[in-house]
Every structure is written in C-alpha cells, then in structure tokens.
Design a protein around this ligand. Structure first.
Ligand code: BGC
Length: 792
C-alpha cells in the first residue's frame, strides 16, 4: 500500500473503536424470563440465558434462541417491517428481545441522511487501487454504524456488459477479476467497522429497462467464468455478510427464487454462511415491472408504499405469462429475508409451514443465518448508536477528494495542454451544463447518497478555490454554444464541463445513446475552436462516444460522477497539483456500431461469453480507448519481466515481477496490468483475460519492482460436462502492460499435470544459481592460473 495511504489507515483504526457500544447494553432491553411465554418444554431455567450471554459461542446462542422461537416468530424474522416499510428494517421481537436489521443503501456513500458522498462505483473502479477502496469501505462502514444502521447494500458488483446499462455507474467496470478485487476491498473495509456489507446484484444483472422481467440466459461457461467469480471472491475471500439476489431471472427463474444460484452455488459450492436479502420487491416479478413502467423508478422509497400496492392490486400478474417465484421456490432456493414486505413469506406461508407443506428445516436454515449475523455483528450486545458527529468528518470528506484524484482518467492531452500553468493564466472560462450543477453526483435511484448541500463542490467552485483572486474566472452554462465560444475566445484557457445526468442514465433507466446529448457536442466544438487551450471534462457514469467532437478537443478528462469534493479534485488535476492516475475500467467504443445490438427491453436476453475488451479482442476491433487505458503527466518504462517458475502443477502459482520506472519529471502512479493468454487450449478461450494488477507510486526517476501472483486455479475454464473448473496442462502467455492494448513485456509459463516433471524442473532451476557460481569460480581460477603463468 502506498505511503500516503498509511496515514489514512489511521482513520480506520480510529473508527474501529468509535462505535464499540457498551457490551451487554442491549441485553438489558431483553425482556425478563418471566415475560417469556412460549419457552419450549426443554428450556430449563439454567440455560435460559445462553443466547443473552455474549460469552457463549455464537452457534450455541443461535441454537438456544432458535429453540425458543415459535413458527410465527421465525417467519417474522424473514421479512421486512410491514408496519413501516420506509424504515428499511426488519421486525424487532419484543418477547425475546431479537433486534431487527436496519438497512441502508450504498455504494456511493452510506445513504441514510446527508453523508460523505464518494465518486460513483465506476470511478472507484477507475482508481484500480484496492488499498484506497478499502478505506472507502472503512468510511462507509463507519458512517453506516454512525447512522444506527446495521447493513449497507454495497458493493454493487454487476458487470458492465454494455455501457448503455443505467447502473454501470454503480459498479466497478466490465471485467470479472477487476470487479472482484475492488469489491473484496470495499467489503473488507465496511466489515472492519462492524457493519455488514451486501454484495449485489447476484447475478447476471446488467441493464435496467425491463429489469423485473428480463430473463438473462447464460450457458454454464458464461455463468461460471464471467458472471460468478467476482461474487465468489466476495464470499470466499471477503466473507461478505449478505448477498442480494438480483431482480432479473436467470435461465428462466427469478434470482430471488433461483435454486441453482442461491442454494446450490452460493450456499453449497461456495459455503456461504451469511444471509440472502431480496432486492426491493424482487420476489414480486412482473407486477413490479408493471408498476415501474407506469411510474418510473419508484422502488427506491421515493413513493409511498401504499401507492405502489394500490397500483399492484390493479395489476394482473399473470398477464405476461412469466412465473413469479412461489413461496416454495423462495424458501427452497434459500432466500432468507424478503424485502421490503412479506409478499411470499406471509400469512399463507405460515399456514403452509404449519401444515408441514413447507419444511421446518428450511425455515430454520434461514433463521439460523439471520440470527448468526445478528450475534456476529453485535446487534444483540453492541447495538449501533446513531451519532451524526461521525458523519461527513473532514477526514472522510478529504478521502472523497483523494479517490477522485485517482479516479479521473486523462483520455487525451495533445501537446501537453494539461496541466494548465497557473502562473501563465490571467483569465479562465468555465463553461457547460455540468460546470456548476450540484445535481451531478450520479443517479437518483437507491444509491442516491447526498452530502450536506453546502459541502458539495462543483467544478466551477473548485476552479475558483484553486486559482484564487488573481485569476478572473468567467462562467457560462453553455446553453448558447456561440456565446460560450465568444467568452472562451477572450480567456487564456477554457474548461468545458459536459456529460450526463440522472435522467439519462440511472437505476431503472438505461441510456438511449452513448453520445453526449443535446447541443453539447456543438458546444465542445465551438469552445475548443475558439480557444486551443481548452479541456473537456466529462461528468458521466459510463463510456461516451466522441466522433462528433473529439478531433477538436485538445484535452479530455473523464471525471465520472466525481463525489462531493469533485470540483476541488478536478481543479487539482487540471492545474497539475495532482498527476492523473485513473484508468478506464470499461472499453470506450469509437461508435455504437462496434457494439452488439443493445436492446434492454428484450425479454429473453442471451448473454455472450464475450463483452468489453474480450469482445473487442475476439473481433479484432480497435476501440476509441481500450480497457485499462489512461494518460499521465509523466511516462513509465517497463523492463526486466521475470516469471519465477517456467512450469507449475495443477495447483501451483507463479510470481511475475517487472521493473517499472518513472521516466518523466513529475511523481505519478502507474497501474501495472497483467493479462493471461492461452496456447493450445482445447476449448475456446478469450484472447486474453485480466488476472492481476497493481498500482505503484513513483517519484521522477524512481524504479520499483512490481510483483503479481497468478494461481493455476485462476486460469482454469469451466467444463459443463464435468460440472467443475478444469486447469489445463498447456502454455500460458503472460502479458504485462499499461492497458489491455499497451502490452510492454511478455513471457510464458506452462502448467503440467505431471507433478514429477514439475518437481524436476523446479529442482533444476533451484540448482542453477549454485551451478553458475561454481562455474564462475572455476573460470576465475583458470584465469588467475593463466595470469600467474604469464607473470612467471
Ligand atoms: C435496488 C437495490 C437497493 C434496494 C433498496 C432496489 O431498487 O435495486 O440496489 O439496494 O432498492 O433500496
């Protein structure tokens, strides 16, 4: 982790102690045993307090409590608080003193009230900095606790299958490995603060229109290799506390009632012991689609629940012929908590369970998971105490600025237009619809975190803050491109801030086009023609096509939706106080013609094995900007790549090291990316897949060795026939570089199924240095003999 992050890690340590409530505080709130009217006959007075005793093992507490609960009480644990759905909570059981969950949303900040608002998920993805993302998680986890919430619905781990997807902004990017690494970092940060994270939306959820009906159709390889591994990382590596099944159907079954997805893979193959929480109304299927198409993206607590239900009651759920999950589907599949209301886990469910038609052990499995999480995350013993003083602290806000520093991607910089020289500029024009719009933090859906309005810095404000009173800053909203160009002409430099807003790309709303809307292209062309010292700053949540204007723009900075300190961070980069180090985590196409047809209203949507850079590689297409690309104010040289082993076994690992040197004049970060290609695979493989990355900070002239490990299991493919991953004994190409299309160093290693061959080869190479040293001594001896003889 970089040195500057160490200081920030201190914030984490500070937080860790801040919210440790008084142990046992909630125990006092638990009713006395005299109030317990339904204790099972086996509950002897001596063991009554097991579940209340923080010193008992969690499993013992769970079993004790479970044994005291009636069927009604168990089912009550499994759904939202119908009495007040807007509280985003589950029910408090007063008889036994079982706390309910208090949920909150993410991932651009904890969303309960005004909070520290980070750049959106895709911007965090563009940092390629796991250490930094961990700290983002620390802040989010901390603020979740400080708002008295137990669970934050973050990270969003969707894959950007196509940049039109309205929630591209919420996730980290298009690549499975990259999304997995960044998600793990956020989860570990959140959970280090005693809050529960929730990996969402599981799985194959990548576009919005029609989201409650869409049937994502995936063959086994596409599912297991592309759309699941990042969730597996969240479960197996980060031990994520909860997982949210997505709205869509997967191969015909709604994710919330999908046996293969939840029971078989998540809980079975991956051993997930946390809980699943349905997405809002995610068990209600086509009804919800109808409501949403009628009322827009309303399922984010913006409309009264009764209104939603009133519309629902006038809807014929069978009209579409799509089968919603039944209560049997959901409980058998392993849906533990249904939110926000008991649509399936309701009175009838109770009747079915009482009559034995729904098996008890399934209900017990769900309740056990719920109780275990409540014990493990301190809901019984250390209930969260809301304390606003710990929200939006200066340290938290400063972190949002640092994230944007590392997230903004310099896409173009002809003739070193940037950074602007503050000493040489007397006047600057700040132009465009996004330049001073406070509503450009991302969409208004469930992730709509907002800071205290006065704490939000637009680009115009950031530039004013930066240049001070010595430079004249003029603003124009860009509605009249000709007038804006006139203004730009009179200034020493121009910053054109354009992009998208929450109406164009959002939850429940996919993008109609990747081009900039309205007169924005015209505005860029006019201003950049009027003033060659111009930069275009893009505020948006996914790829932008630029054919109409890119030739005229000398410099382009992709700022994403940049968080509450976005304006300051953008100014830091534009004026060179910070060297840009973001790299795009999605492919920017030249035009939409390069992409497969995007039809997000399609009911049955066959997911391809290829998308993003893997699609561009396979089809030999030249993107506008490739995955992993980004410029800097300095340059980096790669050399001396080494792979520590030329051959490994089926469960082996190689260490790839490469020297990276900063060959420019300013300090900067490089994102070293490692891709793997496959030689002679017996199945079709991608041209290359990202399998590792590492961000490294270098002073001018400094050189560091970057090491990335690749494990054999991570280059395997999924065999549908065998029903498992297969590590192939073939040769693997190691491609290390600065982007998916800028490979600087290459090498090979082989995987062998013959362990004797692997051992022999490794012994040989282990002996090699000794042998070389011996040879050198022999040679030196011979030379000295010759020299001595000559002297004689
Ligand atoms: C979104 C989820 C969110 C939930 C609760 C849903 O509409 O899809 O991401 O966590 O609402 O707000």
């Amino acid at each position: 982790m970089k040195a500057k992050l160490l200081a920030l890690a201190m914030i984490g340590m500070m937080f860790a102690t801040t919210f440790a409530g008084t142990a046992g505080a909630s125990v006092d709130a638990v009713p006395a045993i005299a109030d317990v009217v339904n204790v099972g006959a086996s509950a002897a007075a001596s063991d009554v307090s097991i579940y209340k005793d923080p010193n008992q093992p969690v499993d013992a507490r769970v079993e004790d409590l479970l044994s005291r609960m009636t069927l009604d009480e168990k089912i009550e644990q499994m759904h939202g608080n119908m009495a007040d759905p807007e509280t985003m909570s589950t029910i408090y059981n007063s008889r036994l003193g079982i706390p309910g969950f208090n949920f909150s949303d993410g991932p651009r900040g904890e969303r309960w009230g005004y909070t520290t608002t980070f750049p959106v998920g895709i911007a965090c993805g563009a940092t390629w900095n796991e250490g930094l993302e961990y700290l983002v998680g620390v802040v989010m986890g901390n603020e979740t606790s400080a708002r008295g919430r137990d669970v934050i619905f973050a990270p969003c781990m969707n894959l950007v299958r196509d940049s039109h997807g309205g929630r591209s902004q919420e996730t980290y990017g298009e690549d499975t490995w990259h999304v997995g690494r960044m998600g793990v970092a956020l989860i570990e940060g959140i959970q280090s603060e005693g809050a529960m994270a929730c990996a969402k939306h599981y799985a194959a959820n990548s576009d919005e229109n029609n989201r409650h009906q869409k049937n994502s159709i995936l063959d086994p390889r596409t599912l297991y290799e592309i759309y699941l591994p990042h969730f597996k990382m969240a479960v197996v590596e980060a031990d994520v506390a909860s997982v949210m099944p997505a709205y869509n159907r997967l191969n015909g079954e709604y994710c919330a009632g999908n046996y293969q997805l939840l029971r078989q893979i998540l809980k079975g193959e991956w051993g997930f012991d946390g809980l699943t929480v349905s997405d809002w109304f995610g068990t209600e299927g086509p009804i919800v689609e109808h409501i949403e198409s009628f009322g827009g993206p309303m399922l984010n607590s913006q409309l009264p629940i009764n209104f939603i239900k009133m519309v629902a009651s006038n809807t014929n759920p069978n009209a579409t012929g799509i089968k919603s999950p039944t209560p049997y589907d959901a409980i058998q599949a392993g849906l533990d908590v249904e939110m926000p209301e008991p649509y399936l886990y309701n009175y009838e469910f109770n009747v079915l369970a009482s009559s034995g038609q729904i098996q008890q052990y399934l209900i017990d499995d769900a309740v056990r998971r719920i109780l275990r999480a409540k014990f493990e995350y301190g809901l019984f013993d250390e209930p969260k105490k809301a304390n606003d003083a710990f929200v939006e602290t200066p340290e938290h806000i400063a972190l949002t600025r640092e994230v944007e520093h590392e997230a903004a991607v310099l896409l173009k910089n002809d003739g070193n237009t940037l950074p602007f020289d503050i000493g040489a500029i007397k006047s600057i024009a700040v132009i465009g619809p996004a330049a001073d719009d406070k509503d450009r933090l991302g969409d208004h859906g469930s992730s709509n975190a907002q800071p205290t309005p006065e704490k939000l810095i637009t680009t115009l404000m950031g530039i004013k803050n930066k240049v001070g009173s010595g430079v004249k800053v003029s603003y124009d909203n860009g509605s009249d491109p000709a007038a804006a160009a006139e203004l730009a002409k009179t200034c020493d430099a121009a910053v054109v801030v354009v992009g998208r807003n929450y109406l164009e790309e959002a939850e429940a709303k996919d993008l109609d086009s990747l081009a900039l809307s309205g007169t924005q292209p015209e505005l860029i062309n006019a201003v950049c023609s009027a003033n060659k010292n111009s930069v275009v700053v893009l505020i948006a949540g996914s790829a932008v096509t630029m054919q109409e204007w890119i030739a005229n723009a000398p410099a382009i900075l992709m700022a994403w939706y940049p968080g509450m300190e976005g304006g300051n961070a953008i100014a830091d980069i534009v004026f060179g106080d910070v060297c840009p180090s973001g790299r795009i985590p999605i492919t920017f196409p030249k035009s939409e013609d390069q992409l497969p047809l995007f039809d997000s209203y399609k009911m049955d949507d066959v997911y391809s094995y290829y998308h993003g850079y893997r699609y561009f590689d396979k089809n030999n297409l030249e993107p506008l900007f490739p995955f992993g690309y980004g410029l800097s104010y300095t340059t980096f040289e790669y050399s001396n790549m080494k792979i520590d082993k030329s051959i490994i076994g089926l469960d082996g690992k190689v260490k790839v090291s490469v020297d990276v040197k900063n060959t420019g004049d300013v300090a900067g970060d490089e994102v070293v990316q490692l891709y793997i290609g496959y030689e002679g695979s017996k199945v079709e493989r991608s041209v290359k897949d990202l399998k590792g990355f590492n961000k490294v900070f270098l002073q001018p002239g400094e050189k560091k060795t970057v090491t990335i490990e690749v494990a054999a299991e991570n280059v395997s493919y999924y065999s549908a026939g065998l029903g498992k991953f297969v590590v192939e004994p073939i040769t693997y190409n190691v491609l290390v570089g600065a982007s998916s299309r800028d490979i600087r160093e290459t090498g090979l290693f082989r995987i062998s199924e013959n362990q004797a061959e692997v051992d022999a080869e490794n012994q040989k190479s282990a002996k090699t240095p000794g042998f070389e040293v011996a040879l050198a001594f022999v040679a030196l001896g011979a030379i000295s003999i010759i020299l001595r003889k000559k002297r004689l």
